[in-house]
Design a protein around this ligand. Structure first.
Ligand SMILES: NC(=O)c1ccc[n+]([C@@H]2O[C@H](COP(=O)([O-])OP(=O)(O)OC[C@H]3O[C@@H](n4cnc5c(N)ncnc54)[C@H](OP(=O)(O)O)[C@@H]3O)[C@@H](O)[C@H]2O)c1
Length: 234
């Protein structure tokens, strides 16, 4: 697709990978709408990137519906949904509390589903559209302390396959991106340390991959793309 004047919604566009995707799509000429929960961070991103922003929590159904109504009101239609909003908690199974498990699922799975559902209704009507789900290499295999986060990304990967099977006949391309470790605020939010050095992936590396997937001619699409750092050091 040609990104010039395409309308994109990027959830969690106020920081990290979502911010870089919003920046890259904007540079490519797209009209970009970002969402996030913390207003201050969102407003800062809105001003820095010159994108349109709305304060919204993807785990809240009324927020999800409002995002689509507002973006369609502002830009007329939507061409691209990037389901990027997400976070993790990392506990051994025997310490995993129900509350934080369900909170991860509410954003990473239910939130992505509701955004995807509203996008799909619009895309089916238009017989055109693109959904890019940002999963993780955590969607590909398990690991200790991965119960909540890894399960959420496995679920997102599973939903991606279902949506693709349903939506291809409507000319909707449903794609999955699996970043391995990227230098963002993700680890801080999860209460984990992250060693930062120049060998690790940066958000713009993932944004580059997303842009390339979207810019492919509409006759085809990359179903799933996994991005590794070449030789990361900790
Ligand atoms: N960093 C990595 O190593 C890595 C690797 C693989 C995959 N990923 C995935 O990449 C995505 C982006 O993560 P990141 O690394 O860029 O982390 P980040 O810097 O913490 O960004 C997360 C973004 O999501 C937003 N967000 C979180 N919960 C939300 C909700 N319920 N509704 C709306 N927005 C919400 C945050 O803003 P607010 O808090 O203000 O809402 C923020 O803008 C996530 O899905 C993550 O799982 C990250």
């Amino acid at each position: 697709m040609n990104l010039k004047d395409a309308v994109a919604i990027v959830t969690g566009g106020s920081s990290g990978i979502g911010y870089a995707i919003a920046e890259t799509l904007k540079e490519a000429g797209a009209k970009v709408a970002i969402t996030g929960r913390h207003r201050e961070r969102l407003t800062q991103a809105e001003q820095e990137l010159g994108v349109w922003a709305t304060n919204a929590d993807v785990s809240k159904e009324e927020d999800v519906k409002r995002v689509f109504a507002e973006v369609i009101e502002e830009f007329g239609h939507v061409d691209i949904l990037v389901n990027n909003a997400g976070f993790g908690v990392f506990h051994e199974l025997v310490e995993q509390d129900r509350e934080s498990f369900e909170a991860v699922m509410a954003t990473n799975v239910t939130g992505a589903m509701m955004m995807g559902r509203e996008a799909a209704k619009h895309f089916i009507e238009r017989q055109s559209g693109n959904i890019v789900n940002i999963a993780s290499t955590a969607a590909l295999r398990g690991a200790p302390r991965g119960t909540a986060y890894y399960a959420s990304k496995f679920a997102l990967r599973g939903m991606t396959e279902c949506w693709r099977a349903e939506l291809r006949k409507h000319n909707v391309r449903v794609m999955l991106v699996n970043p391995s470790e990227v230098v963002t605020g993700f680890f801080d939010t999860a209460g984990l340390p992250q060693q930062v050095n120049e060998t690790k992936l940066q958000p713009e590396d993932i944004a580059h991959a997303v842009r390339a997937m979207l810019e492919m001619n509409d006759r085809g699409f990359t179903t799933e793309l996994t991005v590794f750092a070449t030789n990361p050091r900790d």
